[in-house]
Design a protein around this ligand. Sequence first.
Ligand code: NAP
Length: 286
Amino acid sequence: MSSQPQLGWIGLGTMGNPMSRRLLEAGYPVAVYNRSKDKEEALRAAGATPADSPAAVVQQADVVFLMVSDDQAVRDLFTGPDGLLEVEASGKLLINMSTVSPGISQEMAALSQQKGHTYLDAPVSGSVKQAESGQLVIMVGGDEPAFQQAQPLFEHLGKLALHLGPVGNGNLAKLAINTLLGIYTQGLAETFLFAQQHGLKPEDMHTIIGNGAMSNVYAKIKGEAIMGDNFQAAFALKHLAKDLRLAKAEGLNTPLGEVVHETYQQAEPALGNEDVIAIIKHLHHD
Ligand code: NAP
């Protein structure tokens, strides 16, 4: 790979938009593709080149990133009509940053290898703010040389990229940290609800949490969302419900894991497109 590889980016949603933008701002040429074409416009304005299909992206790029919803999206983009693997190309590095199952990563890695490509799973911890500022934590599974090849690119996206072993291990680490995210989010919501039930002000609870040993950026941001009744998705509840399903499928069966999985499945039909902290509305109505 030359010192200035041509990049491709597939999936320009909440996370893919700011992440691909950082690579553009770092000076890389980036070909972009999104299923709904309207989301490509903002990136075109920022200097990216829209491509007609995933196949067109892999033909143009040395390294292709994916940041899409779930296993089905990954399968469609790799093996669907005009998919990444449905075209004559080889020797590319395919980096899947979506939160998906270790199983789909292993399957896509094997199919990629048959075409002469290399696959890394590289899901991220952090949300829109961290994506915008290049402060994500990137959990990587796959071969060490591929990880080393990707490292200079990861440096534009995250404050840390950790190589965790074979393909699928990045996905497993992501499911583990999002189990904590689910438990913590529900815990925070229950804390505010309990205080409110006893006539305490949310602002005071926010101040107490913010000044104690349990203070952290997440509690600050989500506490502000609760106080401001602002449930616009930074991280959509449907994605966390999906992550907890994936964790359960990988054997998560601890007491808190079971509860938090169940709570988010119940909340998803009504609140799936709102932010994860909208779980407080579901708990309030129980
Ligand atoms: P999002 O805003 O919902 O965007 C999802 C993207 O996936 C869109 O580009 C969408 O295309 C595409 N997509 C979905 N199904 C598809 C299919 N069948 N074929 C092709 N494209 C498809 O999601 P996001 O918040 O950016 O999250 C992306 C991934 O990162 C998810 O796995 C999520 O769990 C993970 N993640 C999110 C956050 C966060 O804070 N948001 C943080 C860490 C990790 P359309 O535009 O056409 O629908």
